[in-house]
Design a protein around this ligand. Sequence first.
Ligand SMILES: [Zn+2]
Length: 437
Amino acid sequence: MHWLKDKAIKLKSIVTCSFLVVVCLLTASSFAQTTLLLSNAHVVDPTTQKIELQHILIKQGRIVDRLQSIPSNFQGQIIDVKGQWVIPGLNELHTHSFGNRGPGGAHNFIGTDGTAKLMLSAGVTSLLDLFGNEEQLFEHRKQQQNGKILGADIFTSLSCLTATKGHCTEYGVATRVMDSPKQAIDVVNALAKKSPNVIKIVYDQHGGRPSIDKATLRAAIDTAKKHQIKTIIHISSVDDMRDAIHAGASALTHLPDDQEIPVKLAELMAKHKVVSIPTLSVNTDLVEFIKNPEILATPLAIKVASEQIRASYTLENIKWTQKQLDQLHSRNQHYYRSMKTLIDAGVTILTGSDSGNYGTIQGYSVHREMIKLVQSGMSTWQALAASTTDAGQFLGKSYGVNIGDEANLVVLTASPIEDITNSQKIAMVIHHGKVIE
Ligand SMILES: [Zn+2]
């Protein structure tokens, strides 16, 4: 019965639109150009760490003014967000955007286009894919630039540069290998022709797989610099970190597994302005999801993750004993302590969850990453900056709530500064000046 009713309504609207097709198209295009005023907003600015009650004026995808009062002759759309908070859009700086996978064979492969849409509904307005199917990523990014794919803005490394049989080659997805400085120069030059947004390099001397050596790492980074492309280096040990910092990396991703980060190394990282994308989610949330099922029962988790994925996080599926789970849970502290050292040293930290892997949910894990940054010792202001303004700076974009910034905004029903979990209370997402939902 309901189905019939729904169908009737749909048919009616299709008919109306085809009779008035010209009007419909005109309305759609003029709506995109509409001047939008978000009135009575609590504007949350991570750069000044201030919340101001103002009206945000948006034109052609950018914030053009922040007003104290609404002009009497204002013409455009007004959305009153009284009693709500406006933050810059969130960023996922380490994803594999094919979709989700969970223990026991659970999967939901929705592709980069599907993932980008899902992310946007979770308030994530840009994603950085750090390795997948190179051709597909290239195509999806191109289609999005041509307006054919909606969703979070797609940035990508396209490939993962690694040694022959090194990490990234185990997934059965073609990647690019380099085993000498000469090959590194050739590989980076060849990839640069496809304009990757960053270059992802695996430097993993203790990970159990072959790794490129230090000279090859340096040659790859130097060549990327000639093309003015930033480098993100996958590391897994304190030694890897030190070498990558000295080789001139722009960013390191993951935290060392072998030991906690020494204070001196964190200070070196800060001095060289090397950024951290720690991926706390992938390191710690597999255990957390199984131990605390309520994490996957929040409204946002239910909205973005399928029932099958959420239900897959059980001891049975992962084949651990309760004792192993408890041991791994206490091991999580190792990563939080390393994070605290990075935070105290003043290293710039950005949210990236390594979503696509177990222990992550596309979109949701960005919110988890912010919670974990706060648990590690960041203020809520710092955690918000890590996912918004600082992330924009790394991508070369002006993401924020100030005049000239891209109008990628999330409206929340509660203040994320009071409690970072309020970032999940999403009332509306605005992307390039358009209201998405
Ligand atoms: Zn990854």
